[in-house]
Write a protein that binds this ligand. Structure first.
Ligand SMILES: [Zn+2]
Length: 330
């Protein structure tokens, strides 16, 4: 990997030597002495787009995944088992989600820790619940949506990343947090305080870490990353909280030829899980699909958010960019 920030050089040296000398250069000096750095061959695996797509399909096959339903419980178990199968230590963080319409239901964040013993860690996250109503639709507005992209896609890419890491060991802690109850908020009048009913899982986690004092180098949130023609601009809260991470991820993507997905464009702030993860102390960006017009896709919060909108190319682009960032962070 050529275009890499200077502060990663220590990591590069570690990778260069790790096969022959694991652990012997933990206190690697900062390369200030003019020594020649030989760029190592970092083998970066690709995700399998078919596998990522199948992970979206699997979630959709459970049906709408809103807290309090059987589909929700079944999907939670499947995600936890899948992360365990790929070698992650799994935490199930249960909490009560209070909906704006007065009901409450059991909710659960699923946290998969890959290489939990490593001190250098990156946090990856997505929400896994799907919305309880199709309020942006013209038809069946009160029925829950399948959330193939809005919910399914981010989870699918992260599960695929876990699968790939098991096959291609990485010298880095990778934490995958699947937040519940992101998408059950009140959108009817636009007047409410969004922190009351949206992003409940990330809010709970920010105040109740799965391990007290947990921290990470940074976090990357994936939300609506799998639709055809997905387009990710530089979201304003991400730029405010973690401009260095944004720049690194966007540069990586553009160097890899994914500039048509990761566009050079600033978009407005979105109250998404990353806002609360940032408030919880881990600087985190949001990779989220916004159209050229600055709106969400037409399928957003409608019944069209089904497998018909999902693109293997989009899943592959996002997955490969995140893998590239991770393997260069060792
Ligand atoms: Zn949503």
């Amino acid at each position: 990997m050529k275009n890499i920030s200077n502060y990663l050089l220590g990591g590069l040296v570690t990778i260069m030597l790790m096969w022959s000398c694991v652990g012997c250069i933990k206190d690697n000096p900062s390369n200030g002495g003019g020594s020649t750095i030989v760029e190592p061959e970092i083998k970066i695996p690709n995700i399998n787009k078919d596998s990522a797509y199948a992970f979206v399909q699997k979630q959709v096959d459970f049906g709408p995944r809103m807290p309090g339903t059987d589909a929700h419980k079944q999907c939670a178990d499947w995600m936890a088992e899948t992360l365990e199968k790929y070698g992650a230590k799994v935490y199930r963080q249960e909490f009560e989600a209070n909906f704006y319409f007065g009901k409450s239901a059991d909710a659960i964040n699923i946290i998969g820790a890959i290489n939990p013993e490593k001190k250098r860690r990156v946090l990856l996250c997505a929400h896994w619940d799907s919305r309880f109503q199709a309020d942006q639709d013209t038809d069946r507005k009160k029925e829950a949506i399948l959330g193939a992209d809005d919910g399914g896609s981010g989870v699918a890419v992260l599960l695929e990343i876990a699968r790939i890491i098991q096959q291609n060991p990485i010298d880095l802690g990778v934490y995958i947090i699947l937040f519940d109850a992101e998408d059950q908020g009140n959108d009817s009048d636009g007047q409410e305080d969004t922190s009351l009913t949206w992003c409940l899982g990330s809010q709970y986690w920010a105040k109740n870490k799965h391990v007290p004092g947990y921290g990470a180098l940074y976090g990357i949130l994936l939300d609506m990353v799998g639709s055809k023609g997905a387009r990710f601009g530089r979201e304003a809260y991400s730029m405010q909280y973690a401009p260095d991470v944004m720049n690194k991820v966007w540069k990586t993507a553009q160097d890899m030829g994914y500039g048509n997905f990761f566009v050079d464009e600033n978009v407005g702030g979105i109250t998404d899980d990353h806002v609360f993860v940032n408030q919880g102390g881990v600087k985190t960006i949001d990779i989220i699909n916004r159209t050229k017009e600055g709106t969400f896709g037409k399928y957003w919060h409608t019944h069209d958010d089904d497998m018909g909108v999902i693109s293997k190319r989009s899943l592959g682009a996002v997955g490969n960019v995140v893998l590239n960032v991770l393997y260069n962070e060792q």
